[in-house]
Design a protein around this ligand. Sequence first.
Ligand code: AMP
Length: 193
Amino acid sequence: MKKIAVFCGASLGFNEVYKNDAIKLGAYFAKQNIGLVYGGGKMGMMGVLADSILKGKGKVIGVIPGLLRHEEVIHSEITEMIVTKTMSKRKVKISKLVDGYIALPGGFGTLDEIFEALTLSQLGIEQKPVGILNTNGFFNHLIKQLDVMVTEGYLKQSNSDMLIVSDSVEELITKMYQYKAPKITEVTSKVVR
Ligand code: AMP
């Protein structure tokens, strides 16, 4: 994997463990020569992650929609900043650039982005690994909700299984390298983006 998109909070959260894992992930990216593609911000988890990669002399590409391009939030020291016209164009741009997706703790924006990546996999539009770094069990309730969706007949177990989960940076990336996308046999796979 040459480039991975990481979705994470524009806030830092209250517990330092999340920030520390963002730093760890950034150092790992730099060491393994994996480029980061992310929202382009300098605040919260996003800023910490980008800074950690830059500190390790790694590559950071920001993709930001024009409407969020305020001086006080964009990261001005990253390798490259791509400005898109809209939020939806930003998502398409990010998906074209990357070989996989990771979510770190965050809020609505993070969930929106990681579930869009999972939906693309579910439809067979993309075959890229999608992982979450489950620091401190942050995503445990979300994973439980996926189980409810399977039990109640709204989500296939095979689709739920596409989500790669680990609380260790190294293990998460290793599992992502090993990921094999399931074969999609339904009509929905014919949808073209
Ligand atoms: P949230 O999880 O709600 O804090 O939103 C963070 C996610 O949404 C990130 O992965 C970004 O891609 C995007 N995002 C939200 N706010 C901003 C912002 N001000 N600048 C850039 N990206 C943002």
